[in-house]
Ligand binder design. Structure first.
Ligand code: CU
Length: 317
């Protein structure tokens, strides 16, 4: 390895280090990631409202999938999804979008029979259906997912190259049901909603591990406070959803990496590390890793697969 150091004392201060790394050819860093998971195969657990008894009911998954048959979580190792995308939260988890909330009268197309119409007719125009996750297995997380790909209500919203178009207004893959500090209560919009349920691989300790969530489904006002029936009874019902972990458990893989460590004195934290293809390049790119400060130095590990690469420190603006 040949190391060349250049520096000037002009501001902003540049410190150049040229790294000659082996003799390999430049390898592209572009990585292909999987599209976000779709809602297929799907099993909808229908929410019904009995207008005579004034009672909600959710069809149990056992009725749809068979007794003791559960949606199996799909493992996604760390580099499955682009970490910059909303669904990147699923890296390192086993997930499922199979189970969904649905209104059985939605497809018939008669708005008078839609469940939210039935609810507002009885409880007032502000009333809605809320789902409160009252308990869940340790490690079971839930993320808002809308439409086929989870990030767009338009199910065929893809670019020419097949990549999915994200609707940023939906805040898709934000935590719900208590995940990531969210409220345990979620207001259902009466549509077919296949949210994403996921468990970190490190939380899966035995094969076929079962994870469950218990939901209270109730009529509520816009703030999520329950609205009782005129006689003081509750229209609410309890639903338990269960998922099954993968058939094999997971253990961490130990790897030895071919990386180069770049460091500078830790008290110069106001400098940023940049790289370029050549020393006289006009295009310098910030190294997108936060330095680790240890033993008085700022340390960044960079990929060693490039045949050569130039680094400099620049005083941050
Ligand atoms: Cu569905």
């Amino acid at each position: 390895m040949r190391v060349l150091r250049l520096s000037t004392c002009l501001r902003p201060v540049w410190i150049l280090i040229a790294l000659a790394v082996g003799c390999g050819v430049m390898t592209g860093s572009a990585q292909s990631y999987a599209n976000p998971p779709t809602w297929h195969p799907m099993t909808m657990l229908n929410v019904n409202f009995d207008t005579t008894a004034l009672k909600l009911d959710v069809v149990d998954q056992a009725e749809k999938m068979g007794a003791n048959v559960y949606p199996v979580l799909t493992a996604a190792r760390d580099s499955t999804y682009d970490p910059a995308m909303p669904w990147g939260v699923l890296n390192g988890t086993a997930w499922s979008r199979r189970l969904g909330w649905d209104d059985p009268n939605r497809k018939a197309g008669n708005p008078a029979l839609f469940i939210l119409t039935l609810i507002t007719n009885i409880y007032g125009s502000d009333a809605g259906i809320w789902i409160d996750c009252v308990s869940r297995s340790p490690g079971l997380e839930a993320y808002l997912a809308i439409g086929k790909f989870g990030v767009n209500a338009i199910n065929n919203a893809t670019n020419a190259d097949g990549s999915v178009i994200i609707d940023p207004t939906l805040n898709a893959y934000s935590g719900i049901f208590g995940t990531a500090g969210s409220s345990t209560r979620w207001r259902w919009d009466g549509q077919m909603d296949h949210n994403t349920y996921a468990v970190a691989l490190s939380d899966i300790t035995v094969p076929d591990q079962l994870f469950s969530a218990t939901y209270k489904v109730y009529v509520g006002d816009p703030q999520g406070n329950e609205i009782l029936n005129p006689d003081g009874t509750s229209a609410s019902t309890t639903a338990v959803w269960t998922w099954q972990g993968p058939a094999t458990g997971f253990q961490p893989e130990l790897k030895i990496l071919h990386k180069i460590a770049v460091e500078w004195p830790g008290d110069f934290s106001n400098y940023v590390l940049e790289w370029a293809e050549s020393a006289d390049s006009t295009i310098w790119t910030r190294v997108d890793h936060t330095p680790v400060v240890m033993a008085g130095t700022s340390l960044v590990l960079v990929d060693a697969s490039a045949s050569h690469r130039y680094f400099r420190l620049r005083l941050a603006d």
